[in-house]
Design a protein around this ligand. Structure first.
Ligand SMILES: Nc1ncnc2c1ncn2[C@@H]1O[C@H](COP(=O)(O)OP(=O)(O)O)[C@@H](O)[C@H]1O
Ligand SMILES: [Mg+2]
Length: 184
């Protein structure tokens, strides 16, 4: 309940234009590793193997670390929650030209074609009864989308029911000419 209230407050502050990013220099790969460590026990308890694939050891960027930690944690939390025991989660991080690409891929239950367009909507949960068991509110992806968009980035989701889900985040790196970023 406490988490739902704080998520709702965050969204209403965002709606009111009161939420500004507190950007700081950080290493994006280290941030991903930190989130993986924090949620490692959650994955371990379900015997889910979480693996990081990164082409770089270090990606220097300027982002709101706390908010971005929230995005990464949300994506890992979903991947773990909606993947049955024995499954696999692969996290990929790379720097490509002037952007960071992050993807979180799981071998979980997936999302049907009919539900997929709505998962970024506030309070949307695919299976209400199952979600209640999982302590879900349907706010995680809505918040993640807002945070990524406010960083000038983009988030999308691909899924096949019964096979798994991949969420991709594209973030432009700071100090770049927007004309060079191209379509993201
Ligand atoms: N990796 C995933 N695998 C399967 N379903 C997912 C995944 N991520 C999100 N979903 C679906 O999208 C809905 C919305 O996600 P989210 O906003 O994070 O809410 P919550 O995690 O609180 O349920 C979830 O309730 C779930 O049905
Ligand atoms: Mg969630």
């Amino acid at each position: 309940m406490e988490k739902i209230v704080s998520n709702l407050l965050l969204l209403s502050r965002a709606d009111a234009g009161e939420l500004t990013l507190q950007k700081e220099r950080c290493d994006f790969v280290a941030l991903v590793r930190e989130c993986m460590t924090l949620q490692g026990h959650q994955a371990g308890a379900k015997n889910i193997a979480m693996k990081l694939q990164s082409t770089q050891n270090y990606i220097d960027c300027e982002i709101d670390t706390n908010r971005m930690r929230q995005v990464i944690s949300n994506l890992l939390d979903n991947a773990i929650k909606y993947t049955p025991s024995g499954g696999k989660i692969t996290i990929e991080v790379k720097r490509e030209q002037q952007r960071i690409l992050l993807s979180v891929k799981d071998t979980g239950i997936g999302i049907s074609e009919k539900d997929l367009p709505f998962v970024f909507d506030r309070f949307y949960r695919v299976d209400k009864s199952r979600s209640r068991e999982q302590h879900s509110s349907g706010l995680g992806l809505a918040i993640s989308k807002w945070i990524v968009a406010t960083h000038g980035g983009h988030i999308d989701i691909m899924s096949k029911e019964g096979q798994g889900t991949t969420v991709r985040v594209v973030l432009p790196l700071e100090n770049t000419n927007p004309d060079e970023i191209g379509a993201i």
